[in-house]
Design a binder for this molecule. Sequence first.
Ligand code: UTP
Length: 294
Amino acid sequence: MSIPVTKAIFPVAGLGTRFLPATKANPKEMLPIVDKPLIQYAVEEAISAGITELVFVTSSSKRAIEDHFDTNFELEHCLSSQGKSELLQMVQNIVPKGVDCIYVRQPQALGLGHAVLCARQVIGRVPFAVLLADDLIDAQTPCLKQMLEIYHEANASVVAVQEIPREDVQKYGVIAVDKGWHGQGQVQAIVEKPKPNEAPSNYGVVGRYILTAETFDHLQQIPPGRGGEIQLTDAIARLLKHQKVMALQFKGTRHDCGSKLGYLQATISLGLKHPELGAEFKKYLHGLLSDNIL
Ligand code: UTP
C-alpha cells in the first residue's frame, strides 16, 4: 500500500537571472500571470491534489512569498470596513483552513537538488511532492493529481514529462523510456541537460515530482553536477537504480514562466481564459490582427 502524499516542497530560492532586472528585488515566483502570482498557481494545484503541508525553500530575497501566504491584517481591516466582502474572502482564502505553510532557508543557491535537501528535516521519511512554480501547468485535472494516480498504482516515485524539440533537450533533464511506453512508463535512465545527439529521448522532465524519502539519501551523497550545482536529476538517476521511478506525460499545457517568452505566452493564454477579462482581451487581440499588428 502506498503512503498518502500530503507534503509538498516549493523550491523558491533560485536567483531568477533569466528574468533580470524584474527579479533583482522581487522573487520570480511572485511575478503575476494576469492577477495571481506564479507561486499561488502552484500552491492551488498542490492543495487541489490533497497536499496539506506546504514547505517553501526560500532565501533572504524572497520574503514577499512569506508575506503573500500570511495574514495582512491592515488590508483585511480596510476591505472589511469598505464592505468589499468578495475581495476580503479572496485574500483570506489564499491558504485554506487545514493547510500549513512552513518556511526553510537555503543559505546559498547551490542548485535545485540542494534546495530540496534543505527541506529534509521538515519532510521526514515519507514520500513528498516537489513543484517548481515557474512551470505553470494549465490542466483540466491538475498535473499533480494525475501524477498521484500513477504513484498509487505503481507505489513508486513519479516525474512529469513532456515532449521537447530535439534542439531544446539541453535545457531539461531527459529520460530514457522502455518499449512499453504509452504516455507513461518506467524510467530507465535520466540525464541532466544532454546534448541533442546524446539525449536518450525527447521526453524532458518538467517541474513536478513525487519522490520517496530515499531521494534525500542520494541528494546527500551526490557531488555537484552540471553548472556546479547539486542536481535533483542526478539524485533521481541514483534512485532509479534501487527503486522504480515512473514518468507521466501529463495532459495539459505547461508554460515555462522562468523564460520571458514562456511568461508572455502564459499571460496571453490565461488572459484569454480569464472570467472577467477574457472576452475583452480577445477583442483587443482581434483588433491587433485586423490592424495588421499581429
Ligand atoms: P531555475 O533553474 O529556474 O533557476 O530553478 P533560477 O535561479 O530560479 O532561474 P534562472 O535560471 O537563474 O533564471 C528552478 C527552480 O528551482 C529553484 C528556483 O527558485 C526555481 O523554482 N532553485 C534553484 C532553488 O530553490 N535553489 C537553487 O539553488 C536553484
